[in-house]
Design a binder for this molecule. Structure first.
Ligand code: SAM
Length: 291
């Protein structure tokens, strides 16, 4: 039986036992710090009632912690050379299913329907950093039933997720995340907590999904097109940003009119608008498009 993972010694032992070769393209940085692992479980508020979906279990370090805290764990790992290792490190747990899949290709709604009768799950992961945004936005946009998402991400990305208007980190990602969830940074994590060490600082962020979105719009996709366009040309005024882009096909005067109906300065930049103001602007533009 494999010992409990979470420190450098056990990690090196299991990697050597299976002659594991790290694949840089998969963003493989395994956790080797028990304090950080405890913090992730605590931040995610995992209980024996929960089904947890883990993205990228690696050698199963965080998975072991999840198996002990949760009722059931589903772990999706892309790297097939990790599957025999996971069979070994998770052999003592009967509440875990490992799937050898690319998470971006899994129909997570279907999975949650099948495995948890469509009831909300918790997502917990030390994410592969190269696909943090597509994973999180994919979960939100597919409206997967989720209670919270607790993930290790690049520190800089965590900062962007929880920033508000007027700060340098505020952008399309902040607005998208805050439209769906309430962010909370639970811990900052230095590179020496991973093997191999990443080149960037990391943070654990919990995103608690809103039961009821604080901003309701007539067309969610239009809202996000407007947001993207406003930040594509960050240094431009909102009216020029929206006029130059391809997303909002309205004459410049109509866009200016929409912004004036919002009762903000005609020379305002997108980075000064709150989520609520973007929501109102989206509905004003929707009405102008649809007469
Ligand atoms: N959870 C482990 C830990 O904390 O030690 C490993 C985390 S490591 C940062 C990211 C993991 O995600 C790796 O095991 C990697 O192979 C896996 N991964 C990368 N891309 C993936 C994808 N598209 N779908 C599923 N897993 C993926």
């Amino acid at each position: 039986m494999q010992n409990k993972l979470g420190n450098p010694k056990e990690t090196i032992e299991i990697l050597n036992k299976y002659h594991f070769v790290f694949q840089k393209k998969y963003g493989q940085n395994f956790l080797i710090d028990t304090h950080v692992l405890d913090k992730i479980i605590k931040a995610a508020e995992v209980t024996k009632d929960d089904m947890v979906l883990e993205i990228g279990p690696g050698i199963g370090t965080l998975t072991q912690y999840l198996c002990e805290a949760a009722r059931e764990v589903i772990a999706v790992e892309i790297d097939k050379s990790l599957i025999p290792i996971l069979e070994d490190t998770l052999s003592t747990y009967d509440n875990v299913t490992v799937m050898n899949e690319d998470i971006l290709k899994v129909d997570i709604n279907k999975l949650v329907q099948e495995k948890n009768n469509g009831k909300p799950v918790k997502i917990v992961a030390n994410l592969p950093y190269y696909i943090t945004t597509p994973i999180i936005m994919g979960l939100f946009e597919a409206h997967v039933p989720i209670e919270n998402i607790t993930v290790m991400v690049q520190k800089e990305v965590a900062d962007r997720m929880q920033s508000g208007p007027g700060t340098k980190d505020y952008g399309a990602l902040s607005l998208a995340v805050q439209y769906y969830a309430k962010p909370y940074i639970a811990a900052n994590v230095p590179p020496n907590c991973f093997m191999p060490r990443p080149n960037v600082g990391s943070a654990v962020i919990r995103l608690t999904l809103h039961n009821d979105s604080p901003v309701k719009v007539k067309d969610e996709r239009l809202l996000f097109r407007i947001i993207r366009e406003s930040f594509n040309q960050r240094r431009k005024t909102l009216v020029n940003g929206l006029n130059n882009g391809a997303e909002v096909k309205l004459p410049k005067e109509t866009i200016a009119e929409a912004i004036s109906e919002l009762k903000v300065s005609p020379t305002i930049r997108g980075e000064a608008l709150t989520l609520e103001q973007f929501g109102r602007l989206s509905d004003i533009i929707y009405d102008k498009i649809h007469g």
